[in-house]
Each structure stands twice: as C-alpha cells, then as structure tokens.
Design a protein around this ligand. Structure first.
Ligand code: CA
Length: 227
C-alpha cells in the first residue's frame, strides 16, 4: 500500500485526513511543519506528500519548490492543501511543482480520489514500451526520458504529458482532451493548468532543442510534431 506524508499544522484537519487515509488503506505519517517534514523525509521517502499551503515557518509553497529542486525528492508527487480559492493562487500553487491541489473544505472521499489519480499517473503500467521520436526517448518502465543516453529531468505530470504526446503524434488536442487523457476524467483542474505543464515540459526539453516538437495550435490546443 502507498505511504503518504501529511504535512498540516491544524490538528483537527490532520486527524480527519489521517483517519480517512488509513481507512482507505494508506500508510500515513504526519508532520506539523516543513521542518518536521524534512526530518521525516530523511528517514524514508513516502509515495506522495499532502502539503498544507499555510504552515508556521516555511510555507507549503516554498517547501514544495525546494523539494522539486532537490534531486532526492524531485520525483515525489505533491498535492497541496489550500484554503485559498482564487484561481491565480491555485495556478501559482501548480507552478511550484505541485501535481495537484485540493481546496479546503474537502471531503475525505474527494481527497482520496485525487490521491489515487495522482498516484496512478506517476506509476506507469509495467510492460509499456519505450517510444523514441527524433532522438528523444521515453521509457515508461524505467520512467526515464533520454536524449543520446543523457537523462532529461521532468516532473511526473510532464512525464505523463510527454508520454501521451509521443504516443499520439501529429494530432491537435485541446486542453479539455489533454486533461481527460493525462490527468484523468475525474480530476477537477482548470484548463489553464495544461498550459502551466506544457510550459514546464518545453522548458525541460529546451536544452536538447526538442521543445519545438510541442507546438501550440492557436485557438485549438497543442500538437506533438513527429514529422
Ligand atoms: Ca495550515
């Protein structure tokens, strides 16, 4: 069963969430601050972090940014818990590298559904074949993207997005279609989330010049150009 590190300073929420997750079969560890969480991460890495936005000391956003910068924790999926409803804030949350966010108040059921969706998209099905286009190679089993043997660092969502593009080339997909296919139909994220992750994907592909393969089709969406 997957293990989750819950970082939340409010005791009532922490207990409610921990209980719901344990009931769903997850192993849960908790931390009350970024500092606490860091100590917990040094002991062992969870499969996913549930990270509250507003924490005493270092904020959840800054902590998420830091985790995504460090090699050891870069691949860790993060779901932000946030009390703020404003769209700009949400997108900013995703810009930190968080894979999803859940706004408070949320139901335990909604939360576990989102956790499941994130875990599903970071754990590719075994036996999937590697794809290679114009020297860019993606291996779903080892979860690596390489160019001439050199690894390209991508976040879990960018990896999924690239995998989808590389297996559905030369067709235009609008944002809603990408959300359905890459994020899953039951995940409620705004369409502009797609733009955030496409931007991040291009940035990851830029050093080897593969960013141009992800093309914007004005008024329509995005296309991965294999031809
Ligand atoms: Ca809090």
């Amino acid at each position: 069963m997957a293990s989750i590190l819950l970082v939340e300073d409010e005791e009532a929420i922490r207990e409610m969430v921990a209980m719901a997750l344990e009931r769903s079969g997850y192993r849960v560890r908790h931390a009350e601050s970024a500092e606490d969480a860091e100590a917990a991460l040094r002991l062992s890495l969870p499969d996913l972090i549930l990270l509250d936005w507003m924490l005493p000391g270092e904020s959840g956003i800054d902590f998420a940014r830091r985790l995504k910068r460090e090699r050891a924790t870069r691949e860790l999926p993060i779901i932000m818990l946030t009390a703020r409803g404003e769209e700009a804030d949400r997108v900013r949350g995703l810009d930190t590298g968080a894979d999803d966010y859940v706004a408070k108040p949320f139901s335990p059921r909604e939360l576990t559904a989102r956790i499941k969706a994130v875990l599903r998209r970071v754990q590719p099905t075994a036996g999937e074949e590697a794809v290679e286009i114009r020297g860019l190679r993606l291996d779903p089993v080892s979860h690596r993207v390489t160019v001439a043997g050199r690894e390209i660092d991508l976040g879990p969502t960018e990896f999924r997005l690239l995998h989808f593009f590389m297996t559905h080339t030369d067709r235009v997909f609008n944002r809603a279609q990408l959300l359905d296919n890459v994020w899953g139909a039951n995940v409620y994220v705004e369409e502009r989330t797609v733009d955030v992750h496409v931007r991040r994907l291009r940035k990851g592909l830029a050093p080897t010049g593969h960013d141009g393969l992800v093309q914007t089709v004005r008024g329509a969406g995005y296309r991965f150009a294999a031809e």
